[in-house]
Design a protein around this ligand. Sequence first.
Ligand code: HT7
Ligand code: ZN
Length: 844
Amino acid sequence: PQTVYLKDYTPFGFTVDEVELTFRLAPSATRVLSKIRFSPNPDAPDRHFFLHGENLKPVSTRIDGAEITPRHVEGGIEMDAPDTPFTFEAEVEIDPAANTALEGLYISGGMYCTQCEAEGFRKITWYPDRPDVMAPFSVRIEGDVPVMLSNGNPGASGPGFAEWHDPWPKPAYLFALVAGDLRNHPDTFTTMSGKTVDLNIWVRPGDEGKCAFGMEALKKSMTWDEKVYGREYDLDLFNIVAVDDFNMGAMENKGLNIFNSSCVLASPETATDANFERIEAIIAHEYFHNWTGNRITCRDWFQLCLKEGLTVFRDSQFIADMRSAPVKRIEDVIALRARQFREDNGPLAHPVRPQSFVEINNFYTATVYEKGAELIGMLKTLVGDAAYARALDLYFTRHDGDAATIEDWLKVFEDATGRDLSQFKRWYDDAGTPRLSVSDDFGDGRYTLTFRQHTPPTPGQSDKAPRVIPIAVGLLGPNGDEVLPTTVLEMTEPEQSFTFDGLTAKPVPSILRGFSAPVILDHASDNATRAFLLAHDTDPFNRWQAGHDLALDCLIAMIRDGAAPDAGYLDALHRLIRDDEQDPAFRALALGLPSQDELAQTLHDHGHTPDPQAIWEALETLKQARAQAFHDTATRLYAQYQVDAPYAPDATQSAARSLANAAMAMLTRLDGGTLAQKQFDSADNMTQQLSALSALISAGRGDDAVRRFHEQWNHDRLVIDKWFSVQIANAPPDKTAETAETLTRHPDFTIRNPNRFRATLGALTMNPAGFHHASGKGYALLADHLIALDPLNPQTTARMCTAFETWRRYDSDRQALIEAELHRILATPNLSGDTTEMITRILG
Ligand code: HT7
Ligand code: ZN
């Protein structure tokens, strides 16, 4: 496999005016007939006629009706082409039944389906499979299959065939086809200009009862995009299909979104509150791509953040509007730090817009998606809401129908605001998380904050210039009143001071409110100040951050110095959780603790080698101390926040359940599981059942519940995924690998289904003390399964290799164990390019 460079971009030598495809479906021998109208592209430097194609069995190839023999070259075919418009026709045979990689056309649970992003269309037929080649598609599907779907609007159909026409020019990665015995959950939506759009969610027979929530989420997304961004849907029909075998969450194919069934199907009995929120966000995300991704697409895959960062930003805004904005912000930052900061700190660090890649599938990362979204948030903070709205309007008018770049995107903001964004562009080009340190000074009523920024080196980038950082600050007086409301400071220098006059006493600063920039804030502060901010800050994010910092310091002292749990932390947290004036969602979030991974990274950043077992033990000790200290409050909260109303997955009920279940987890540490067992026995929804099961397993009292859960749910694939992961996630460190290994021998385990693989091996990697157990059994088990999965599904294998990305922070014994496993994987004969690239980068 070759490295591709952004600097080498050149337009394709031809434009595509029209594509006609005919599919003759057969599981092992599907015929694909294509008729493609090409014209010479006046903007291209040459007329090299190369079409991508992989694993295609050629049947015939013609140009303007005359049979030709193309030259077969690496990754496709090339031939001489006329320098006037011409028609290319081909027939190829493909084997969907043998396609386990889940890219191109494959079969999942008896259903034909496709996944073409990023480069899957070339496994369907010969084509310039690159996002800057856009064309209208007409599709005819022939087969003895009840439901046959493709992009766009429906055309003629009859026994054994269905035709589709998509009038909107699109790149091949947005092509989709689905065919199978499907049932639909129908609805309609009337757009802002009064057009009626038919909506369907298509599922396998038996899953019809799990579509209602997804359909409501879709209609809410359509309304929100009209109201907030002025974007109207543009076809007569919008189809969503749920498939069981899918490498990622979902795919925004034009008019025919395909979803991993775990990201669309939900009922109160089978899905948790967290599942419902995730489904709402993913439905919105894929729908929003219709404008940010489909109508305006990417010129090349280096520009992936153009559609993904913006669309993640839009789905976060949507969830903030539908639910609680502070809760959403805190959840997003927890996820950003857990995934993106971790990536940015290790061997896989890369810019939001990378300069090169080997396998584009390896760049669907937290950096491109989540940091990409943070950059949009910073732009909005810097230019203000009104200018952001103007810039977005300009983006949609100027670039509708384009395959655009980050330069186009920034130019729109420059033109709409008159600002020079050249320094801001560094956020797209430089990898690494900036460290922001702060000191302060007070005298004569003047308060000064001095900031210093520094970004450590990342692979291939040693020196980093200063970036523009929007730092939202507020100041609190000694009595807790706010003396300066949120103000955005614009830092552009390596070191910069900001002064505030007219103060009567030294204020307490609240810095980086709302997490206004994706940086690591190094602000030396004492426990009293943190407890003060936890009690008084008007910014909910920073209130949560103050509590988080208290917990982090307390845990670090316990791990490093063998300290006892800090009484000040316990006190401040107790005061917060027993205050019924406080939002229950906020209290539940404040009861969360830093993750094992965050603790390991923090220790490493402070020059200590993290011991996963010691981290786990400190967390256990602190949880036990909290349970003892908060016993009476936990008993009261558990009773008070039971939801009597019929189950609804809304923000209010979810908040009550999460606070009550946090209380239940504490009480289980004291009663050995009596309360959790009672909740498990009487639960009528999955949130209650699964949290009780998880508490019982953690208490070592889960055997009976684990058996009964399986008996109750063995007909439901998505619930059985939970059954696998809950056992591994809650196993003690010395039993984690063994539990996971036993489960890989369970008859319900299969490596062919990515959800099941993730529920088992992914759960292993998300139990750090178990995965990093000194025996090395966790590493070996994962490596065995990555080696087994790679020939079947390279994309999912490569993605799961990231479990090893933090290896250099551990002790030399663990490093040696991991390094040996990485070399064992790398030495596997015929290892895929995807996995080879990942392991090589991780080894550094
Ligand atoms: N744009 C989609 C990305 C995606 C994908 C990428 C590579 C391989 C398989 C994939 N499935 C989905 C999803 C999204 O970001 O909306
Ligand atoms: Zn996306």
